[in-house]
Design a protein around this ligand. Structure first.
Ligand SMILES: [Zn+2]
Length: 139
């Protein structure tokens, strides 16, 4: 909404449709919105990595480079964070256009499911099992 407002495409209220606690900027939606700020520490625990600390979208999208990861795990964490952003964006659109309530459990479930499908269909050399995947992102 902030981007559309700056381009004179929308007028008036640009507050966040999910919480109304700030303008809907990319930073708000993906880093400081309470669901996002709760989500990233949970994802960090699940992935067994240092806590994702992001104050901007740039920080978030560069996390995999800055927390001491190498090889496959680094690529997988990059993918999971992107899936997380996609899931938040989808939840935002569901709230905005279908008036659906956002639940962090749903976002987490979607990240795990989409991440599993993505990894198991795209990676030939990683054997991923659903039960193990749900417990932690190992590799
Ligand atoms: Zn918000």
């Amino acid at each position: 909404m902030d981007g559309l407002f700056k381009r004179n495409i929308v007028r008036g209220d640009i507050s966040c449709v999910l919480c109304a606690e700030g303008d809907e900027t990319a930073e708000h939606l993906f880093t400081s919105y309470r669901v996002a700020s709760t989500l990233w520490p949970i994802i960090s625990l699940w992935c067994k990595i240092s806590v994702i600390l992001a104050f901007s979208v740039k920080d978030l999208l560069e996390t995999h480079e800055s927390i001491g990861l190498k090889g496959k795990k680094k690529e997988v964490i990059q993918g999971i964070i992107r899936i997380g952003c996609w899931s938040i964006w989808k939840a935002r659109n569901e709230a905005k256009f279908n008036n659906k309530e956002t639940k962090i459990e749903g976002i987490i479930r979607e990240i795990m499911t989409v991440g599993f499908i993505w990894l198991s269909s795209r990676s030939k050399d990683i054997d991923v099992r659903w039960e193990e995947w749900c417990k932690s992102v190992y590799m």
